[in-house]
Design a binder for this molecule. Structure first.
Ligand code: DLL
Length: 459
């Protein structure tokens, strides 16, 4: 039996036996596929791409019409590069075909729907067949194992359960791995802290901003999570910085791992860091990744920053062709120190649509975060307020004084000046900084609201 089949055999036939496996950490390591040569991966991708295009052309009118307009039939695709002749799919396509118009399977064949609300208009709805849910659980289990989780671990899942894909995505992945899931969802942070400690969670799943909230509540309530069983945090669903990673690692006493995903493509588990933490492995047996110049739509050279575009290769219900994620990153196909061959995405620095242009300087909120978090005398909680004066956008930064800083107007003013100076010298933009009292910046329960946009809405 080859290694891949052996892994699958173990998983399918001895789910409870996972705890007895001689090397549990290897249990969900699918060696054959995770370390396949680039050539083998590309062959597999091409075969699956053709099947995906066939599924889309036969079952989704929008894709059929677009392929027709581009004069391309699925069988014309002879190389992965041929995909570039097909147009992109964007978020508004899903909204325009609300609720089920992009599905390639009748609604009755879907076992689950998820949706994201977004800030304007109708939600984007995504759906999964039985096989899609199975693949998702497999990929999330693979991701968790890649990050160091093992069968038998207690996984405390503080991602929100509901229409958001974080909660159920992590839940079924952890079960598939053979871990014990604590299905907490977000909120009731005091209780979360107690249960993390009492149940002996080794793995914490949450947004990075909520992890910080958990750390803060634990410190306030005198519960030392650093001496608890926690070892690994699977953090994602929002941009975060290296400074934030350091802060969380110190305060929770765990290794913070970056996990990426999006509902339109699947949910969490599209890409994750391995123990080398040198980029996030994107699972290329299920997704095809491209980086394009967001202005021209053309591919950029490997290593250059651009917008991530993803095509699904195995999805039944919602095949996505060249989906523009709006997320900005870079890729590397060099083999990783961990031995995996699947490409690596660099930390997602932000979304195209989050980018602010302040007096001609492009700024992502996560860049400001990188400056703020770790500065002495301020707590790692902040909000950015964008407004407009005349034709110019202005940026105000609200930070919070650390509890250790003596309160007082003079101390706060001096601190504001220092923060303003740091942002100006490191990013090059002038900002109006306000220092708030401890606890005054709103805490996150899930995805943090980092920007309050007070600019008049267009149209
Ligand atoms: O956030 C799925 C997810 C859940 C990923 C839990 C990781 C953990 P959506 O709600 O559809 O899905 O939001 C997707 O969130 O396009 C990125 O802009 C952002 N995002 C997700 N993960 C990361 C990350 C889930 N690790 C959108 N770093 C994506 C930066 C991230 N941004």
């Amino acid at each position: 039996m080859n290694a891949l089949l052996q892994t699958r055999y173990a998983r399918v036939h001895h789910p409870a036996g996972a705890r007895r496996a001689p090397h549990p950490a290897r249990f969900y390591f699918e060696r054959e596929i995770e370390t396949a040569s680039r050539e083998e991966l590309r062959k597999l991708q091409l075969r699956r791409l053709r099947a995906t295009l066939k599924n889309a052309a036969e079952n989704v009118p929008l894709h059929r019409e677009r392929m027709k307009a581009a004069r391309i039939k699925p069988q014309d695709i002879r190389s992965l590069e041929d995909l570039r002749h097909l147009p992109f799919t964007v978020k508004t396509d899903l909204r325009d075909h609300y609720p089920f118009g992009m599905f390639a399977r009748p609604r009755a064949q879907l076992l689950r729907l998820h949706a994201s609300s977004g800030t304007t208009g109708k939600p984007t709805v995504v759906g999964y067949t039985n096989k899609d849910l199975d693949t998702w659980a497999d990929l999330m289990a693979r991701s968790m194992a890649c990050a160091g989780a093992r069968p038998g671990d207690v996984v405390h899942n503080a991602y929100g359960y509901g229409l958001f894909t974080g909660g159920l995505g992590a839940h079924y992945g952890a079960e598939r791995l053979g871990a014990t899931v604590v299905p907490m969802s977000g909120g009731a942070t005091e209780r979360q802290v107690v249960l993390i400690k009492d149940f002996g969670a080794r793995v914490l799943c949450s947004t990075p901003s909520y992890a910080l909230n958990i750390a803060e509540v634990a410190e306030r309530d005198g519960i030392d999570l650093r001496s608890s069983a926690l070892e690994i945090g699977l953090f994602g669903a929002e941009p975060w910085s290296e400074a934030m990673r350091r802060e969380i690692q110190i305060r929770l006493g765990l290794k913070a791992v970056d996990v990426y995903g999006l509902s339109e493509i699947m949910g969490p588990g599209v890409a994750i860091e391995c123990e080398a933490q040198d980029g996030l492995h994107g699972w290329e047996d299920h997704f095809l990744f491209e980086i394009i110049d967001p202005e021209t739509g053309r591919p950029v050279a490997e290593g250059q920053a651009g917008e991530l575009v993803i095509t699904t290769l195995t999805k039944e219900a919602l095949p996505m062709i060249r989906y523009r994620t709006r997320d900005i990153t870079r890729v590397s196909t060099a083999r990783c120190a961990c031995g995996r061959s699947h490409l690596r995405l660099r930390r997602i620095t932000g979304r195209n649509d989050d980018m602010l242009i302040i007096r001609g300087v492009n700024v992502y909120p996560s860049q400001i975060e990188a400056v703020l978090v770790g500065l002495p005398d301020i707590a790692p909680h902040y909000q950015l307020v964008v407004s407009r004066r005349g034709n110019m956008d202005e940026l105000a930064v609200e930070v919070e004084a650390a509890a250790s800083l003596p309160a007082g107007e003079a101390a706060y003013r001096q601190l504001a000046e220092q923060v303003c100076y740091q942002i100006k010298s490191l990013i090059g933009v002038s900002t109006d900084v306000t220092v708030k009292k401890p606890g005054e910046v709103p805490r996150s329960q899930g995805k943090a609201v980092r920007v309050r946009d007070l600019r008049p809405k267009l149209g």
